[in-house]
Design a protein. Structure first.
Length: 447
């Protein structure tokens, strides 16, 4: 409901990926528009293939102030797109073509604010930049890079992936439409400190840093009641796709060193992917295969059940804009050991886990080991961090919290062009120099 201090706005949202009961990009789109529609009249331009799940959800829970406009390129312009093949080219063309759709809607509705949500990538343009309306770009990510000293450790496939990714990102930064999007944004919202730096170089006027990972009420109800473990063995887990840049080879090395000092330990990997075979061979070479379990892909319910049987999450990703896995782990009261990179570095604080500097592989492995040993040998430390993890998620890492932050931003933009100081005050409450040091999902304003 609106309050006396706010007014009902007309908001136009771009959410190419938007689908209920999904995680990652579709979940970002769906949850963000749900939050916006609590206070405003919201129009959402999204892909036509999202229509069925969206309309099924709206049939169960009608939202009369939420209006979806479904748009796709004609069949002759997309016959070549098959699943994920060609998705980035198609997304780029979709953005170009959707400008006419947005302009047609804007001729009928006077919008107060426009907001690009998905894809969550800074290296592609948004058609909303072409409208003469205050424009929020993001949260957008993708500005993170695996530190170069780690490239050799991720194997030739990982090395090649990083090269191609770096080239594609540079192409985006040279694109005049991407630069126009950054410069037209009244506020650009970055998912990480690294992306914020990229947005600044593109000419964004006002930059906010905010983690994109959050949980809804249904997930909280499943995860928060999971009790803290006090029994043996000490069990470490990682979850997500098994990809070279996820840094799980570092996790395997660190776990082998943990075993030398804490023999009653186990390591569970939840998820599957092309890196699995390499990781299994590494575990064999390290002589720890009998203490490591690969569960493969599990359902969400099965994943939550496995989390309940573990003590600590190990998340050594080398670049990750989101990091939902770490938020889920913290909601279950599991401290997180991560690298001081990307999204997880914004979510994890000194009270909820360890952020390991990513200087070079040997150093990172040693420091991950020390963090695991500290948690393995101090039950009271795990208990304190467990309580802090749950509290942090409830206070900062929920979709309702994200919705309140965007609500404050919308209201500020609808009144006038923001200033760095006024938005920092209205959205954050205080300006912080380094969101990681502040344990931040809280927003960082940069002029």
């Amino acid at each position: 409901m609106t309050t006396n201090s706010t007014r009902r706005l007309n908001v136009l949202i771009s959410a190419y990926s938007c689908e209920p009961n999904r995680g990652s990009e579709p979940g970002v789109g769906w949850n963000t528009v749900q939050q916006a529609a609590q206070n405003h009249e919201v129009w959402v331009i999204t892909r036509a293939n999202n229509r069925e799940p969206i309309e099924n959800a709206l049939a169960q829970t009608p939202q009369p102030n939420l209006h979806f406009v479904y748009f796709d390129l004609p069949p002759w312009a997309r016959f070549w797109k098959k699943g994920p093949r060609g998705v980035h080219l198609y997304y780029y063309l979709w953005q170009l073509a959707a400008r006419s759709v947005a302009r047609e809607i804007a001729r009928k509705v006077r919008f107060d604010v426009t907001h690009h949500i998905t894809f969550v990538t800074y290296s592609h343009p948004s058609f909303l930049a072409s409208l003469p309306v205050p424009f929020v770009w993001g949260s957008v990510g993708g500005g993170e890079s695996a530190p170069f000293r780690f490239w050799k450790s991720i194997g030739w496939r990982g090395f090649l992936f990083e090269m191609v990714r770096s080239i594609a990102r540079k192409r985006g930064e040279w694109d005049p439409l991407v630069r126009n999007t950054a410069q037209k944004a009244a506020v650009a919202v970055a998912t990480t400190v690294e992306t914020a730096e990229r947005l600044r170089s593109l000419g964004a006027r006002q930059i906010v840093t905010q983690s994109v990972a959050a949980l809804n009420e249904a997930d909280l109800q499943k995860l928060l009641p999971i009790p803290t473990r006090t029994s043996t063995p000490f069990r470490v887990f990682s979850m997500g796709r098994l990809l070279p840049w996820k840094g799980l080879h570092l996790a395997m090395e660190a776990f082998s060193r943990l075993l030398a000092r804490c023999p009653e330990s186990e390591y569970w990997l939840i998820g599957d992917g092309p890196e699995r075979q390499r990781l299994e061979k590494l575990a064999g070479r390290l002589g720890i295969l009998d203490r490591v379990t690969f569960f493969g892909h599990l359902s969400r319910l099965e994943t939550f059940q496995k989390i309940s049987g573990c003590d600590v999450m190990l998340f050594p990703s080398l670049h990750d804009s989101g990091g939902w896995a770490s938020v889920e782990a913290m909601a279950a009261g599991r401290p997180v050991v991560c690298l001081d990179l990307g999204g997880p570095a914004l979510q994890v604080t000194v009270a909820t886990g360890y952020r390991i500097p990513a200087i070079e592989p040997g150093q990172a492995t040693r420091e991950i080991t020390e963090a695991l040993v500290a948690l393995a040998t101090d039950v009271s430390l795990r208990a304190r961090m467990s309580d802090a993890c749950r509290l942090r998620v409830q206070e900062e890492l929920t979709w309702s919290r994200v919705g309140k932050k965007f609500e404050a931003l919308y209201q500020e933009l609808a009144v006038s062009e923001p200033t760095a100081s006024s938005l920092a005050s209205s959205v954050v409450g205080q300006k912080v120099k380094n969101p990681r040091e502040a344990g931040a999902i809280s927003l960082e304003r940069e002029a």
